[in-house]
Design a protein around this ligand. Sequence first.
Ligand code: 5AD
Ligand code: SF4
Length: 473
Amino acid sequence: MSSQRTEIPAEEIRRQQTICLRLRERFAAMPHAPLAMVDTYGCQQNEADSERLRGMLAEMGFGFTEDEAEADIVVVNTCAVREHAEMRVLGNVGALSHTKKANRDQIIVVCGCMAQAPGMAERIRRSYPYVDLVFGPQAMWRFPELLERRLAGRKRVFEVPDEPGSVAEGLPVCRKDGVKAWLSVMHGCNNFCTYCIVPYVRGRERSRRPEEVLEEAREIIAGGRRDITLLGQNVNSYGKDLDDPVDFADLLCMINDLPGDFVVRFMTSHPKDASEKLFRTMAECEKVARVIHLPFQAGNDRVLKAMNRGYTRDDYLKKVELARSLMPDLVLTSDIIVGFPGETEEEFEDTLSLLERVRFDALFTFIYSPRPGTPAARMDDPFTREQKQARFDRLLETQNRISAEKHREYIGRTLRVLTDGTGTGRSGFPETTARTDGGRLVRIPGELPLGVFLNVKITDSTTWALTGQPEDR
Ligand code: 5AD
Ligand code: SF4
C-alpha cells in the first residue's frame, strides 16, 4: 500500500512559497492594501482547507474581508455532497458577476469538491466566463502557482486532473477561531458508498505521518487553543497506507500524551472500522472527549447493502453496545439519509426504530440527493419528493423528542464545559456559550472569558441546548 502514497517533496512546497513572495511584491504595488475573501461551503474538512488557503493568501500579502465587493480576490471553496449545496454555490458565484463588473481586476477563484465533480469545470467554463481560476482539492497546495499562471496569461486556468491525490506538508495556515482548531489527519476516501461523490472528488485515502500531526497539534496547543477536532472522511482507516505500524487509536494516545490543558475529538468514524481498541482508547485517554460521530445512514439491511456500507443493522447495534459498555456517558451522534433510491416505507420504519433503540444525542439528517457519476444516481426510484419529505419530517420529530428528553436528563448534573462564544440570551441579557466535552451547547448567563474550562451545573434544557451556572464562581 505504502508505495501508492505520494508526499509532495519539500522543495516543491518551497517553490510555492517563493511564488507567494513574488506575488506579494506584485500585490504590494496596488494603490491600496490587497484584500481577500474566502467563502467556505460544506464540511469541516473544507473549513480546514480554507485555513490553508487563507494561510497562502496571507503569505501573498492579503488582508481579509467578509465583503466580496471590496475584495481583490474572492475564493469560493465549494461543496458537492448534495445538490442543494451546489445550487447555493452556483447562485453565489453568479452574483459575483456584479462585483467583477464593478471591479474588472477582481480575481474570482472556484475551488474545492464541486470544482472537481464530473462536468462541473466545463459548466463553469461555459456559463461563468468571469471566473478566473478553477481547481480541485488535490491541486490546492499549488494555489500560488495556479494564481501566478492566471495573472501571467490571458487564458483562464482550469486545473482539475483526475488524480488519487497526495500529502502536502508545510502549507501555511491562518486559523480564525481562537478556541477551537481543525486538524486533518488524513485525506480522501476509499469506501465508495454508492450515494457519495466524495471519493471521486477527494481522491484515495492517504494519511499524514504521525510526526506531522503531532507537530501541528503542539502548535495548536501552544497558540492557546483548547479544543482540537481531528478530521478525516474515515479516521478509522488512519495509518493503513503508512510504513509505520500505527493506527488511529495509537495516534489518539500520542495526542493525549502531549502536555497542556485541551480536549481532543474526531470525525468521522465509519462504523465498519470502529474497533474495540478505539473505544478502549477513548475510555482510557483523559483528554479524548467521550463523543463519537458514527453515521449509520439507514436502519435496514437491504438499504445498507445497496449503499455499500459494509455493515448490517445488527453489527451497528453491537458496536454501539460495546462502546457504551466501555463509556456509559458516551455522547453519540449520527448521519442519516432518507429516501435512498427504492427505500420503501417499511425500510424507512427500520431507520425510525433504530433511532428509538439507540437514542442518539443528535442527528444530521439528509434527504437523498442524486449525485451524477455515482452508482445510486443510476438506480430506479419510484418514490416522490413529497413522500421523502413526509418521512424526513417524521424522522426529525422523533429525534427532536429524543434530544429534548436526553437534554432534560442533564438537569441537576455538573459538567465540564469549554467557553467558546458570546451571545444574547432570551431575556436580552448577555450570555456566554460553551460546549460540553460531548459537544452539547450550554448557555451561561453573563459574560465570561473565552477558552476556559469550567464546571457548570445544568439548570434548564431545550431540544437544542442546555442552560447552566458556573459552580466554582
Ligand atoms: N445525498 C444525501 N446525503 C448525502 N450524504 C452524502 N452523500 C449524500 C447524498 N448524495 C450525507 C451522508 C454523509 C454526510 C456527510 O452527508 O449522510 O454521512
Ligand atoms: Fe462518502 Fe462513504 Fe466515504 Fe463517507 S465513507 S465520504 S459517505 S464514500
